[in-house]
Design a binder for this molecule. Structure first.
Ligand SMILES: Nc1ncnc2c1ncn2[C@@H]1O[C@H](COP(=O)(O)OP(=O)(O)OP(=O)(O)O)[C@@H](O)[C@H]1O
Ligand SMILES: [Zn+2]
Ligand SMILES: [Zn+2]
Length: 825
């Protein structure tokens, strides 16, 4: 038999070993090794045996090195499919990510080295058993003696034969074995006690004959178990109203058996009520039909749905998913983590039941692995989840939906620093599947692409039932101040809340800052309390009476006297949600007021409980950050107050006008979703700013047109790419010296390869706007570059910063390279 060559990725932190290594696959393993399987290989000078994953198999090897051999193959089936391998390689190149990080995004959750394969023995009839060869028979015997189940590695050890994988595959094809994956986690599996009748009775009569002489209760239990089969102990005790002692005594007499069974870890609560299918409105139908028309003609396409808040986008996704199921295809529906509320989950699970897998960051590794496995094994047809669900390992993917596509969380800020939209496009290209992205406020980039024809634009201009979009009133807070109102609430907002309370309607108040006061400062000398690890002013939290850093979490007691001038005039400035809550409670003592932000929702279940109380109208006024801004659908909310629309406007980032427009539109969209008209009050110190003005008119198109002109004029995305390189470390002097050194090397390199004139702009190195985070000083280089030259530029950056070909000493220095980052702070 011939030999082959495998490219193997090894899990290794060091960037110098982060590349595929070529190994020889000897003839005896050639048939067994496949792309996506894990193998054991000798690695490094000492030939330490390590686990790696095969990403490519080649017929030829043209190198001159003497190759090491693969020692053994671990899996009997690939852990990941070819399309996901290709996707990872593509990501590592596109986002300059280490291979191993790119692969970890698509590998099963947890440590891939810990994945185990269990082999289960099915029933084997004698006539079939007799047809097996000796090796096959011994495999069957070993598993049989091991109570019908064995872990693959253990079986191999007992077989002492390298061809075990092949034998297993043969037996599997004969229906004698099945395999399933499992991962070792620190979380103990959950068990529950189950009860069943020990003896088999053919009929109730037989049962009565055998144990009829026993007590009435015992007979009742036995009959119950005869009807139901194996059931949870708890359920039995409840149903027949029996004590544990009766059941225990039956066990002692050998009538029944109590066993521990593992409970399948599931993040989906069982008591989800069905979500009925809506008859599509005319607008919804047009949109749905256009998409289905493309799908039915087998045209893989991309769509952007621009649909106002409350226009019923979710119903369209649900019906598209249903069509996919009918076609035997799978769907991925992505929503921002923050909108992955019980409400969203309920809509999907309520419609499709156990055909839905839910993936989000609050799941434990065990839970996540279970969801991953269900997808991989084809047990579910839909994956609903946040960003990383784009990697759901389906094998027949028909549709990807990205809801609220403008959300910044779709861009990852950790390796691989991928943009979910681009990854989704890539996956859809691989499968020939359909991509639908949607928003009430599409990002400038996406809308621009729809105008260029890369996405087909579909509009939903009306709310469901022709409900009106809420009326938006802008309040100039400078005038409020001039007229003597120093409160957080303008007169108009105060009166509107009061009226809303009288009418028994609910109110949402939004402020994009948590905590109580946003900074603490000395009135005498101007000293501001800042985090001593980050260059960020600290936020006061009243309940704990602590100053907290929102970047690194450091908490300290607030000072009584100024540490600089020793004065006592320490003052608390700025407002956060906690202060809004305090004021609201004071002004409306009879209202039920609740706050929803990171601080009040960290306990498990607290988030759900607030949303439930809101739904059941037990809360009059809900105060919150981003969390109350998106996707929530409460019919009784008729008033939305935006306490300060300017917080996002003043950040030194080219996206801040866009973010402000989106936020106001989205928050406003929470009002008037039921039978009653909604009203929105926006308080601001910049009432004439176009973001605020155009959000008031719901004029997305005018906003887009204005914004896109600015982007063009000042050369920002989508007209260019922005690459941010942050050089950071604890020693500020070294950071400065190294930044300058690397900057010079980069410039020289770009000159050498004749790229310097094609790169639009290189600025830096200068202190990053967030100059210090967690004790690290950060210097930044920003490069702007058109699409045509981006690949060349990336190669240069890789050469200089990642491979460090110039052998610069980088002790204590790290780099963070991000292509089109979310924010350039
Ligand atoms: N065809 C329909 N007939 C009646 N009600 C519908 C229909 N489609 C959707 N709805 C209901 O309309 C409400 C708004 O729909 P949905 O929440 O999907 O809007 P959306 O466009 O996603 O809004 P947002 O962008 O604000 O999240 C929901 O309560 C939904 O159940
Ligand atoms: Zn002072
Ligand atoms: Zn800090």
């Amino acid at each position: 038999m011939n030999k082959k060559f495998a490219q193997v990725i090894i899990d290794n932190k060091s960037s110098s070993t982060d590349k595929p290594y070529t190994y020889l696959i000897d003839s005896d393993l050639v048939e067994l090794v496949e792309e996506g399987m894990r193998v054991l290989v000798p690695f490094g000078l000492g030939n330490r045996v390590v686990k790696g994953i095969v990403i490519k198999i080649e017929e030829n090897y043209f190198g001159s090195h003497k190759l090491k051999k693969i020692i053994d193959v671990i899996d009997d089936k690939p852990l990941i499919s070819k399309d996901l391998i290709d996707l990872s390689i593509w990501m590592s190149e596109k986002y300059l990510s280490p291979y191993i990080d790119a692969f970890k995004a698509v590998l099963p959750p947890g440590d891939f080295k810990e994945v185990k394969t269990n082999i289960l023995l099915e029933e084997v009839h004698d006539d079939i058993y007799n047809t097996l060869d000796t090796l096959e028979k011994s495999v069957v015997t070993i598993i049989h003696n091991n109570k019908g189940k064995i872990e693959l590695g253990e079986l191999k050890e007992q077989m002492n034969n390298r061809l075990t994988n092949k034998i297993i595959r043969q037996l599997e094809s004969k229906g004698i074995l099945t395999t399933s994956m499992e991962i070792q986690t620190s979380i103990e599996p959950k068990y529950e006690k189950y009860v069943y009748l020990k003896n088999r009775f053919n009929s109730r009569e037989e049962l009565n004959q055998k144990i009829g002489k026993r007590s009435y209760k015992q007979l009742e239990i036995a009959e119950f178990l005869f009807d139901k089969g194996e059931i949870p102990l708890k359920e039995l005790m409840m149903e027949v109203n029996s004590s544990i002692s009766t059941i225990k005594s039956m066990e002692k007499k050998g009538l029944i058996q109590i066993v521990n069974r593992e409970i399948f870890r599931s993040p989906i609560k069982e008591d989800i009520s069905p979500y009925k299918k809506h008859e599509l409105t005319l607008e919804q139908r047009n949109c749905f039909d256009t998409i289905m028309d493309h799908i039915n003609r087998n045209q893989s396409s991309k769509f952007l749905i621009h649909g106002v808040t409350g226009s019923g986008k979710t119903e369209i996704y649900l019906q598209l998913v249903e069509e996919m199921i009918n076609k035997g295809k799978e769907s991925i529906v992505l929503v921002p983590e923050i909108s992955l509320t019980p409400q969203t989950v309920q809509r999907f699970v309520g419609r499709f039941g156990d055909r839905v897998a839910v993936l989000h960051s609050k799941l434990s590794y065990g839970e996540r692995f279970d969801q991953w496995r269900k997808i991989r094994e084809g047990k579910v047809k839909i994956a609903v989840g946040a960003r990383s669900a784009v990697f759901a390992p389906f094998s027949n993917l028909g549709l990807i939906v990205i809801d609220e596509e403008h959300e910044s969380t779709y861009k990852s800020s950790m390796n691989p620093k991928y943009d979910t939209l681009q990854v989704a496009e890539k996956r859809c290209d691989q499968f020939g599947s359909t991509l639908v992205i949607a928003s009430a406020t599409p990002s400038v980039e996406s809308y621009y692409r729809s105008i260029k024809g890369e996405y087909k634009l579909l509009n939903l201009k009306k709310r469901i039932m022709n409900r009106e979009l809420p009326f938006v009133k802008i309040i100039d807070m400078r005038e409020e101040l001039n007229s003597g109102n120093k409160s957080i609430f303008s007169k108009e907002l105060y009166e509107a809340i009061e009226e809303n309370l009288k009418d028994n309607k609910q109110t949402i108040l939004f402020l994009n800052r948590r905590g109580h006061s946003t900074f603490v400062s000395c009135r005498q000398c101007g000293y501001v309390v800042k985090c001593n690890k980050c260059s960020i002013s600290m936020t006061y939290h009243l309940k704990e009476n602590r100053l907290k850093c929102h970047y690194c979490g450091l908490a300290i007691s607030p000072p009584n006297i100024c540490p600089v001038c020793k004065s006592k005039y320490i003052k608390y400035f700025g407002i956060g949600t906690e202060k809004v809550e305090e004021f609201t409670k004071r002004l409306f003592p009879n209202a039920v007021v609740k706050r929803m932000d990171l601080d009040t929702t960290s306990k498990k279940g607290s988030y759900e409980s607030i949303l439930n109380n809101m739904k059941e109208e037990k809360i009059d006024i809900l105060i919150g950050t981003q969390m109350v801004a998106k996707g929530l659908d409460f019919k009784n909310v008729t008033l939305v107050g935006i306490i300060a629309a300017d917080t996002s406007l003043n950040l030194p980032d080219f996206r801040s006008p866009e973010r402000t427009f989106q936020l106001i539109t989205q928050v406003a969209g929470r009002a008037g979703r039921g039978d009653f008209e909604g009203k929105v009050i926006v308080q601001t110190y910049n009432p004439e700013h176009y973001s605020i003005q155009l959000a008031q008119e719901y004029n997305y198109l005018a906003f887009y047109n204005k914004e896109v002109l600015i982007r063009k004029e000042f050369n920002y995305p989508p007209f260019t790419n922005i690459i941010s390189i942050i050089i950071y470390g604890e020693d500020v002097k070294r950071v400065i010296i190294k930044s300058k050194e690397f900057y010079k090397i980069l410039i020289n390199n770009l000159k050498q390869i004749n790229l310097i004139d094609f790169v639009d702009n290189i600025i830096g190195p200068f202190p990053a706007p967030l100059e210090r985070i967690k004790n690290n000083y950060r210097y930044q280089i920003i490069i702007k570059c058109k699409n045509e030259y981006l690949d060349k530029l990336k190669t240069a950056i890789e050469w200089v910063f990642i491979y460090n070909r110039y052998k610069v000493d980088v002790t204590g220095i790290k780099f963070n390279i991000d292509i089109n980052p979310n924010s350039i702070l």
